[in-house]
Design a protein around this ligand. Structure first.
Ligand SMILES: *Cc1c(COP(=O)(O)O)cnc(C)c1O
Length: 362
């Protein structure tokens, strides 16, 4: 590959074409509106990454034969920018997201990013779009880096031509009606990922596998599906787009990273905070039969999910084989709330950050 120095161009957009920010009074849901600008670049085997630009947000032009549309050669990331209490704009563990994206790229035969270059492009994009970051408590700018294979070829092979882009979406507090425990259903029939499959990669293909069971569960009133492992259908993997934690009093238990679970950055943050607080953390196989026994006996005192979108999500009820197991009397547990407050406190600059996770962008 010829080493052409990658340079970022910033398109001048006439101010009349810019919306400039969220229309005041808009009730922000998750991921519905997008800002004025996006970052995009292209990869070819001849040039490497090229044509890096921040330009006006808009539709892509793709061949209907593009590989991604037929064989799902796609990866993505999810992270957030925040208006901090002092008015500055912060990013949370952004480098970790791009490192994970490169790990997903490896598994999906997509090219690796130059992390320093991409991070710098993200900082410039977020700075230009600063006015789009909502200020209300718990609100943020959700950042969605995406990579797709675009070769116009329906014969099956890995793409050579690839697009990478970053789009931004202002989002309100995940729990618009307050911090409420969710109901989850343990999925007995379908699986999300199998041993040796794509589970550890952040790719749309995993979500495609999850849609049908999630729709069925939603019809029964469950917010999320809890996935069991794809081999024995007995060990707990994760929930929707969250990793899961079980509190046994002052001890935390979470499924170990076995190759079919997504390595959540929020999961890692919870584990590191727990260690700081001298809370014991066990990363191990968690048998669903053992878990429901411990829920019924009250040994498991709290259950919560961890993921960028909701940060920490209390679980109030878990259903397995038609039996409902209540968690923490259906209330938000004390430890769950403590993790939520501390982690969001670091993100918004209300708490000191002893881990070096936050970065001020502008
Ligand atoms: C993104 C994601 C998570 C959560 O990861 P975070 O880095 O904490 O946001 C968990 N599970 C799946 C399947 C995911 O796609």
């Amino acid at each position: 590959m010829t080493a052409i120095k990658l340079a970022l161009s910033i398109e001048q957009i006439p101010t009349t074409e810019l919306r400039g920010g969220v229309v005041p009074g808009t009730k922000l849901k998750f991921g519905e509106i997008f800002t004025d600008r996006m970052f995009i670049m292209r990869f070819t085997p001849q040039t490497g990454w090229t044509e890096a630009a921040i330009k006006k947000y808009g539709n892509l032009s793709l061949s209907p034969a593009a590989v991604v549309l037929h064989y799902a050669q796609e990866i993505f990331e999810g992270l957030k920018a925040y208006i901090r209490v002092d008015g500055s704009v912060g990013l949370f563990r952004a480098r970790d997201n791009f490192e994970r994206m490169n790990a997903s790229a490896e598994r999906m035969c997509l090219p690796k990013l130059d992390i320093d270059f991409t991070l710098d492009a993200l900082r410039q994009l977020v700075t230009l779009e600063k006015n789009w970051i909502p200020q209300e408590t718990g609100a943020s700018l959700y950042i969605r880096p995406t990579m797709i294979g675009v070769d116009p070829y329906v014969g099956l092979r890995s793409a050579e031509e690839v697009l990478f882009y970053i789009i931004l979406s202002p989002v309100g507090m995940y729990y618009a009606d307050g911090f409420k425990p969710i109901k989850i259903m343990v999925e007995e029939q379908y699986v999300r990922a199998v041993r040796g499959g794509l589970g550890a990669a952040k790719t749309g293909a995993n979500y495609a596998a999850s849609l049908y069971p999630s729709v069925q569960a939603a019809k029964k009133g469950f917010a999320q599906v809890l996935w069991l492992d794809g081999v024995a259908q007995r060990y707990i993997e994760e929930v929707g787009s969250m990793n899961l934690f079980f509190c046994y009093g002052n001890k935390l238990v979470t499924s170990k990273l076995n190759g079919s679970i997504l390595q959540g950055i929020t999961r890692d943050s919870i584990i590191k905070i727990a260690k700081l607080w001298n809370i014991e953390v066990e990363e191990r196989q968690v048998d669903i039969n053992e878990l429901v026994k411990d829920l019924a006996s009250g040994k498991v005192t709290e259950v919560f999910g961890s993921g960028t979108a909701a940060v920490v999500s209390p679980v109030g009820l878990l259903q397995y084989k038609g039996t409902d197991y209540k968690v923490a009397q259906g209330e938000v547990g004390e430890l769950t709330l403590k993790f939520y407050n501390y982690l969001t406190g670091i993100q918004y600059g209300k708490e000191k950050d002893p881990f070096g996770w936050t970065e001020i962008v502008c």
